[in-house]
Design a protein around this ligand. Sequence first.
Ligand SMILES: Cc1ncc(COP(=O)(O)O)c(C=O)c1O
Length: 1011
Amino acid sequence: MVYEEINITIRQAEKIVLDQFKVEGKATRLPGELDFNFKIKTASGDRFILKISRPDEEENYLDFQQQLLQHIADKNPEITAPKVILDIDNNSISSIVDAYGKVRKVRLLTWISGRIWSQVNPQSDALRFSLGQQCGLLSSALQTFHHPLDTRAFDWDVSQAAWTLAYVHVFSTKEQLIVHYFQDLFSQQQHLFKSLRQQVVHNDANDNNVIVSTDLVAPTVVAAIDYGDAIRTAVINDVAICCAYAIMGHEDPLAAALPIIKGYHSEFPLEEKELEVLYTAIAMRLVISVTKSAINKQKEPDNTYLLISEKPAWSILKKWMTIAPDFAVCHFRNTCGFTAHPLETEFEKWASNQQVSVADLFPSLDKRSVFPLDLGMESTLVGQLSEFDNLKKFQFNLDQKQDENPLKVLAGGYLETRPFYTTDAYKQHSNYGTAYRTCHLGTDFWVPDGTAVHSLFDGEVVMSIIQTEAKSYGGLVVLKHENNSLTFYTIFGHLSEKSTTQLAVGTKVNKGDEIGYVGHIKENGGWCPHLHFQLSLDLFNFKDDFPGVAVPSQFDIWKSICPNPNALFKLDDLHAVKETSNEDMIHYRKQHLGKSLSLQYKVPLKMVRGEGAYLIDQQGQKYLDTVNNVAHVGHEHPTVVKAGQQQMGLLNTNSRYLHENINQLAKEIISTMPAELNVVHFVNSGSEANELAIRMAKANTGAIDFIASEVGYHGNANACIEISSYKFDGKGGHGAPEHTHIFPLPDAFRGKYRGDTTSDLYAKEVQLLIDEVHQKTRKVAAVILEPIISCGGQIPLPKGFLKKVYAKIRKAGGLCISDEVQVGCGRLGTDFWGFQMHDVVPDIVTIGKPLGNGHPLAAVVCTQEVADKFANGMEYFNTFGGNPVSCAIGTAVLQTIKNENLQEKALEVGNYLKASLLELAVKFPIIADVRGEGLFLGFELLDNKANPCPEKADYLVNRMKDFKVLMSTDGPDYNVIKIKPPMVFSKENAMEVLKYLSVILAEDFMMNNND
Ligand SMILES: Cc1ncc(COP(=O)(O)O)c(C=O)c1O
C-alpha cells in the first residue's frame, strides 16, 4: 500500500470530524502505528482524539475496542479512560470514503489531558509504581470482558511471539545471538506460559500510550490510552509490556521494573508461577519490537514511528541478557511479597533439624563456640581506610581479640555492612549513581592460615578455582548438596591455592571430608586469613564466582537466596547484625534532643564514616560532600586523626601549663598572617571566637555599637546572635538590637545597588550607620564582616568595598573584624585568608570551622595593641581552648594544607568548577548567577521574571542527594546552592557534580522556569 494513498491530511481530518460528528476544531497529527490519529481542539477548549483507520479495516475489530472502553467505564467508573462519542447518526463507529474511493472507519473519543509518558522527566520509581497500579486496575476491570475478536492472531501478543523465530535473519550476527538467547528461553517455558491465567488485557502500555498528570514534582499515571492491541492472553504479558517500555533508558532495568510490578500487584495480585516467566515475557516483547522494526524498516522506510523504540529496546535487551533469569525471578517474587527464593522456607524447615558445629568445619581447632566479631560500618576495630588496608595492623587487632578469647573462634558478619570492599569490583552502576556492594552474605571465621576446612554435608564439587584479583576470594570451592527436592550450595572462600588444585570439579565429598585449607594473605585475595562460609540456594549463571557481598538495596533478596549459616550452627553468639532503624533514631531525637535541632533532607541520612571528599552512610554508600567546609583537608584525614589520637594518649589539659603544642599552633597560624596580626587566643568554636572578638572590641574602644551586614551570621552565642541579622531578622527573631547597625547586603547581583561599581554606594550605607551612632552620641566599637558573605548566599564583596569600610570605621575609632570562620585557611585559592583578597589588614581575625578539621578548635588573632588593651587585668581563662590535643590537630591541619598544596588545588578545581557552572548557566537559564572564589562557590536560581526559586533549589538539592551528592542551599531567599567541599575535592569530583546537575536541571520541574 502506498503511504501517500492512505494518508489523511490535517485539513481532511478537520472536515471529517465536522461532517461526521458536528465538532468544529483544529486538528494536529499524532503518532499511531496503524490508525491515523489527530488531536481535535474546539474553540471552546474541548479536546478529542479522532482515529481514522486504514482502508478495509474490519468493523468488528473497531467494535471490539469501543465495547472494551464501554466495559471499563461500566465496571469501574473511577478508571480514567477515553469515552466513546457517537456520530451524527448515533453510531459509535462512523465511516467515510477517502479520496481514493476507499471506505475508512472513523471514531471520536474524548481526550485525556496530561502528558505522554515519553515526555516526562524524570520517570521516577513512584511514577513507575503508579503505572503498574493503573495497568493492574485496568486488568482487574477487564477480567469479565468478552468479545469474539478478543482471541486472534496478533504479532504483538507475547504468547504468540514464536513468529519472530522466522525472522532472525534480519539481524546482524551479534543481534541474532541476543534474540536467540531469549527465543530459546521462551520455547523452554512454553508449558509454563500455557498454564497461566488468561484474560483480555490492554497489552500496549508503551511510552506513547500512557498519560501522566501535569504535577511536575510527584506526577502519577492518569490513564492508559489506545486499546487497539487489547487481547486475551496471559495476564503477565501485560505486566511485561508495562515493564518493557518503562525500563528503557535506565542504568539498571531490573531495579526499574520492580516498582511497576509492585504497583500492578497492589491492584491485581500476581501469582508465583506468573512471575516465573516475567523475565522472558519482558524480553520477548522487546524481541517482537526489534523484529517488527527491522521488518517494517524494509516495508515503509519513511514511517519514522516504527523506528522510535528500536534503539533503547536493543540497549535493554543487551543489559537484560546479563541478568540471570532466576535471579530476576527472585526480585519479582520479593517485590510481590513472596519469599525471594522459592526454596527459602523449605530450606529453613530442613535446616531446623540439622545440628552442625564449628568443630565440624575446623576439626583441628576443636572449638565449639564463637566470639562475635563486629566488622561493620561503625566498627572501631576496623578503623579507617588507612588502617584496615594495613593487614598487619588488622591482624594485630584480630590477634588481640583472639588472645582475649582463646577458646573461641572469632566469627560473624552475616548481613553485616562493611567498609572494606573498596576495589572497583565492588562498585555497581545503579539508577541512582554508583552503588557499593557492602553487605556480607556469609559468615567469616577468622582462623589461622593452614587450618583444615571440612565439608558439613555429603555433596559434590561444582566450583574449584583460584581468583587472583585483589580483594577476591583467592581459593574458592563450592559444594552442591541435594536432599530430596532441596538443592543448596556451601561456598568456601579465601582457601589456599593448593585446596583448589587438589579438588576437581565433579569430585564427590562426604560429610566430614577435608576439602581444603584456609589460605595465606598471598593466595586468599589479599585478606587476613579467614574462611568465608556462605550458603546459597542457587548459583544462577555463575560459573567461576559467586557474590559474597551485595548492594544493600538487594538486601532482602540476597537474604533469602543465601540463608544465615547460623541456621545450621544455632549459636547465640552468631546472630545476624541488628541495627537501630533511622526512624527510631529520628523518634528519639525528637523526644530527647534540643527541639530546634534540624535534620538535613526530607529523608534524613545516617552517616557513619568519612573519607576524603566523601561521607559514607550506614549502608556503606558513599556520598560526595560539597557542603562540609569543616572537614577542610578531607574527612578523617589520617594525619589529622593520628595527631589527635596520639596526643590524646599522652595528655590533654588546659593552657595553664607549658606545652609545645600551643606555641607550635600559634606559630603556624601567625606564619600565614600579615606581620601586624601576631597574637593568638585559642577557643573552641567560631561563635566563641566572635564572642571574644566582640569583647576585645568593647574593651579596646569602650564602645558597644557594632556594624554588620544584612543576612550576616556570626555565631550562636548571645553577643553573636545580637550582631547576626541572619538570625534576628529571620524566623523567631525580633529585629536588630539597639546597639547593632545593619547595612544592606552588599550584593552587586540582586541587592539594593547592582552592577560592577557599587562599592561606593554600599560604603556610603556604612557611613550612614556610623553617623547614626554618632548622632546618638555613641561610638562605634567595630565592624564585623565575612570576606564572602556565606549565609547571605555566597555574596562576594564589591571590589574596593572592604577597604572603604575599614577606612571609615577606623576614622570613627572602631575596630575591623574579619570573620574567616567559613572562608579561611586557603579555601579561596588565591589567598590564605579572605581579607587578603581585599587588600586590607583587620585588627581582629576570627578563625573557626576548618582549623580543627571537625575537632572543636577555633582562634582569634589580633594585633599586639588590641591584645594589650584587652588584657586589662581580668584573666581570660578557657577550659578547653588551646589544649594540647586540639593544638596537635590544628597544627596537623595547617601542615597538611601546605604539604598537599590544598590552597593551590582549591584554586585550580574551583576555577574549573566555576567555569563549568557558567557553561551550565548558558544551557539552563534558571542559573542566574555563578559566584565565589576557589572552593567557596555558589549559584543562584531565578525564574524568567528574576524571582528567586527556593522550591527549585530545594528540589535540586534533594534530587542531587538521590544521586549521592550532598549540596546545600542558603541566601535570604534560600535559592542559592552553596558549594564548599573538603579541599581534597578533585576535578573528577567536580565532574561528578556537574554530571548530575545537568541531569537534574533538565528535569521537568527545573525546566518549568516561569514561576
Ligand atoms: C561566618 C560564621 N561565623 C561564625 C560562625 C559560628 O561558628 P560555630 O558554629 O563554630 O560556633 C559560623 C557558623 O556557621 C559562621 O558561618
